[in-house]
Design a protein around this ligand. Structure first.
Ligand SMILES: Cc1cc2nc3c(=O)[nH]c(=O)nc-3n(C[C@H](O)[C@H](O)[C@H](O)COP(=O)(O)O)c2cc1C
Length: 371
């Protein structure tokens, strides 16, 4: 099996990716989603994929916020915007998936082109702007779950339009979407995305007063599932900490660190990024800053908030580093696009190898050991 996975990794990097990377990135993404959606309905292919890709080991299992995670590796928000492929992600090897971001109103997305590959930097410039078909259309899809062991987080954002730009309207838009998801009982946990860099009016809730107003309103709802907040990346620690100080005043379970990178002067960016390539950057350039924020958050808020770490995970070593910084679970997208779908199983297998090397018997023992 190990040799077959190595062969798939080689084939993806040297054949499949070379072909796909010649095509428009959004076209490739759309085709991958529709192919995966079809495959997810075929139980035979699902079983074969699970046999090839998935790696399970008791030492990777954890109970977090009352939920049982089969492994700590999740699909980050933005890949499966409209809940089309969650019924294949267990077979690919994930422990959980963040669906969305979902919004109250549908949005067709910002003007194209809205994806650019940064091949040398191993990143993507993303300018979707919260494209999705709207919560009412997504809820019925979230009710169909073939693999209960794959935990589903519903990522919820503010509808991207001028009508929700003001504080009050913005709060009510989030509230309306969360209410629908809570009442429908879909998903195992919720993530409030306050940090999309590509939305009309910027990120108004990356601000102490507005975030406080938002959380006060959201927790008027009886929410009986864990709530996470998706944090911004481009923030100095002291400003980031101010947001955390607001967050810990509410029954928030944890934070997802972090969203896309806005700083184009980041040392990890090795490609020319022109002004017409609008959007935030994913992948390797996000990694270092994300690790710093995770480490600081763990040191000061590790007893109050669970951390999900995301940004630039391309290997088991990258995932292990984030866990050592303080992340209980990790999430990824770009690594899978650059390395192939076998990456998820490889990371889980590699985590067990690294734990054996360092003498740990469960992944939870690793959390924060490098903070
Ligand atoms: C194509 C794409 C779309 C994304 N859309 C969203 C989104 O809708 N909501 C969100 O919270 N994050 C979104 N993100 C950010 C990712 O969830 C993640 O935080 C970021 O890409 C860093 O992880 P990575 O380096 O593993 O890709 C998106 C990322 C990509 C690449």
């Amino acid at each position: 099996m190990f040799m077959m996975v190595k062969l798939i990794a080689w084939g993806y990097k040297n054949v499949v990716k070379r072909m796909l990377f010649k095509l428009d990135p959004e076209l490739v993404h759309d085709h991958m989603i529709s192919l995966s959606a079809k495959i997810s309905k075929n139980s035979v292919i699902k079983r074969v994929m699970r046999w090839i890709f998935r790696f399970d080991d008791k030492r990777l299992e954890q109970n977090v916020c009352g939920l049982h995670f089969k492994n700590p590796v999740g699909l980050s928000a933005g890949f499966d915007k409209n809940a089309e492929v969650h019924n294949l992600m267990y077979d690919v090897g994930f422990g959980f998936e963040q669906v969305g971001s979902v919004t109250l109103g549908a949005y067709e997305g910002n003007p194209k082109p809205r994806l650019h590959r940064l091949k040398k930097s191993e990143g993507i410039v993303v300018y979707y702007g919260l494209k999705n078909i709207g919560v009412d259309n997504i809820i019925p899809r979230l009710k169909v779950r073939s693999d209960k062991d794959l935990l589903l987080g519903v990522s919820i954002a503010k509808t991207n339009c001028s009508a929700t730009a003001g504080l009050e309207n913005g709060v009510e838009d989030y509230f309306g979407c969360v209410k629908k998801v809570v009442e429908a009982g879909v998903g195992d946990f919720y993530t409030i995305n306050i940090s999309c860099p590509n939305a009309f009016g910027g990120e108004p809730f990356v601000d102490v007063m507005s975030l406080g107003a938002l959380l006060a309103r959201l927790f008027e709802l009886k929410i009986d599932k864990p709530v996470f907040i998706k944090m911004p990346l481009d923030m100095e620690w002291l400003d980031f900490k101010k947001l955390l100080d607001v967050i810990v005043r509410y029954p928030v379970a944890g934070v997802v660190i972090a969203n896309l990178l806005k700083d184009r002067g980041n040392a990890g960016i090795k490609d020319v990024v022109t002004d017409d390539m609008k959007g935030g950057i994913s992948g390797r350039p996000t990694s270092q800053k994300s690790n710093e924020l995770i480490r600081q958050t763990y040191k000061e808020y590790g007893d109050k908030l669970v951390i999900f770490g995301v940004g630039g995970i391309f290997s088991a070593e990258d995932a292990y580093e984030k866990i050592k910084c303080g992340a209980t679970c990790v999430q990824l997208i770009t690594g899978m696009i650059y390395e192939g779908p076998q990456l998820v199983g490889e990371i889980n297998r590699g985590l067990v190898r690294l734990m054996e090397r360092d003498g740990y018997s469960n992944i939870s023992e690793v959390v924060g050991t490098g903070a």
